[in-house]
Design a protein around this ligand. Structure first.
Ligand code: HEC
Ligand code: HEC
Length: 403
């Protein structure tokens, strides 16, 4: 009897604790940003987060506001942000291609080729580290400076002190947009002092805010998985899902979680370390097993075991972001599956000849597996179910200059 009573008390305690936990966990999500405080330093942005998505981490010195997102969108699509007026961020990050460019590697404003492929920007707000293989680059505000001002390779080709900021300052459209986005003047720390709010720092803040707003979570798979609509995806995709999430394919071990990517960060969990993996794409002869300059995080760590280790990118919208991998060296999803089924692809001839399967740094999970024609079709159907057509056509992310 006593035991019985004790147990029911325990159940009561545990279940009310669970309830409290449940409410504590869901309360902020249920009414995320309804606080319309006039304080512009407060995060009042309405994320419209899909089911299953946590609130993104936002750096305290650049809170999200609708006005900043709007300004960032104008900047993202503005070709005046390049040395010769030919390119903007959107040249290499096109909405209809889930913010990639359809090319193997990026091509900058002056025709210079990047060594790596333009990455999708969807859900980049959650990325624990930016670009294919830079463990140190974490802030979107900082990343934007590379395409804008970087010269190795030249992307947009801006130079400090050039006509870019004066051009923005002379444009009444931007005067209004900047005023709304940055109501209090905040002088730039890097060189534009005294020139009110149209500064390089505010440009990158606005770009970062726009990028954070690009959230993809309305695919058929989301309707199936998070909204419990069993008819949202075909049976083939459900079989593909089972393969993806089980051994020996084990795709989910690296492309896991709501974003099907490596480590993601969020407001609740902002400091997670990211893992990088060598998938056995190459095994070239010479000092390093991957062809330079794309040697993975070795570029930063200089540890030999880090050669060929890259970020596992999101697989959301993967069906529209060909060609694949850090250097765009696989043309189709079928080709990607061949690479994994072989446990690392082999290249027979040429300067990249080698058996990727035998790369010394290859992740042990990439062991290879048999793949029937049916399995293959099912996996592709699953990957296709991750395409978020609403995002690809969402007017909030389209070119504001042509509307
Ligand atoms: C010439 C083509 C090109 C242009 C223009 C360009 N990008 Fe990129 N972008 C790339 C390439 C290539 C990468 C991969 C870089 C790497 O791995 O080093 C990339 C990566 C990124 C990433 C990292 C995404 C991730 O998932 O880690 C962000 C963010 C980004 N670009 C934002 C921008 C912004 C903002 C602009 C405009 C200021 C811009 N890009 C202009 C080609 C371009
Ligand atoms: C050990 C970790 C790991 C496993 C397991 C893994 N991947 Fe990957 N995946 C990666 C990494 C890392 C990259 C980027 C590699 C590169 O570019 O060198 C990648 C790239 C990709 C790409 C190309 C992404 C793009 O934007 O170009 C696709 C598609 C993909 N993986 C699908 C799969 C599928 C399907 C499986 C299961 C059969 C799988 N992955 C298993 C780590 C992994």
């Amino acid at each position: 009897m006593a035991v019985c009573r004790l147990r029911s008390i325990l159940v009561l305690v545990v279940s009310s604790a669970a309830l409290i936990w449940l409410f504590a966990g869901t309360a902020p999500a249920a009414s995320p940003d309804t606080d319309a405080s006039p304080d512009t330093n407060k995060d009042t942005y309405d994320w419209k987060l899909p089911h299953g998505f946590p609130k993104p981490y936002v750096p305290p010195d650049n809170p999200m506001t609708a006005a900043k997102v709007e300004l960032g969108r104008y900047l993202f699509y503005d070709t005046r942000m390049s040395v010769n007026g030919t390119q903007s961020c959107a040249t290499c990050h096109k909405q209809e291609l889930a913010f990639t460019d359809g090319r193997p590697v990026g091509v900058g404003a002056t025709g210079e080729h990047h060594s790596r492929s333009a990455m999708s920007l969807v859900n980049v707000a959650y990325s624990a580290a930016l670009t294919w293989s830079n463990p140190q680059l974490k802030a979107l505000e900082e990343q934007a400076l590379t395409p804008m001002y970087g010269d190795h390779p030249i992307e947009l080709g801006l130079i400090e002190g050039d006509a870019f900021l004066p051009t923005l300052r002379a444009d009444p459209k931007y005067q209004t947009l900047f005023e709304r986005a940055f109501p209090t003047k905040d002088n730039d720390k890097d060189g534009d002092k005294g020139n009110d709010r149209i500064t390089r720092q505010n440009v990158t803040r606005a770009l970062a805010s726009f990028e954070r707003s690009i959230i993809s979570g309305r695919s058929p798979y989301d309707r199936y998985h998070f909204d419990r609509d069993d008819n949202a995806i075909p049976a083939a995709a459900k079989h593909g899902e089972a393969l993806f999430f089980s051994s020996p394919l084990s795709c989910f071990r690296c492309h896991g979680g709501f974003d099907f990517s490596g480590a993601t960060v969020s407001e609740a969990n902002p400091n997670r370390e990211i893992e990088f993996h060598n998938t056995g794409l190459y095994n070239v002869s010479g000092l390093l097993s991957y062809p330079a300059p794309n040697v993975g995080i070795y570029e930063y760590t200089k540890s030999k075991e880090d050669v060929g280790k890259f970020k596992a990118p999101t697989l959301r919208n993967i069906a529209v972001t060909a060609p694949y991998m850090h250097d765009g060296s696989i043309a189709t999803l079928e080709g990607v599956l061949d690479h994994y089924a072989a446990g690392g692809r082999s290249i027979a001839t040429g300067e990249h000849a080698g058996v990727g399967h035998d790369n010394p740094n290859k992740d042990p999970i990439i062991g290879g597996f048999p793949l029937t024609a049916q399995d293959r079709a099912n996996l592709i159907a699953f990957l296709e179910s991750l395409t978020d057509r609403e995002l690809l056509n969402d007017p909030r992310f389209s070119n504001p200059w042509t509307k």
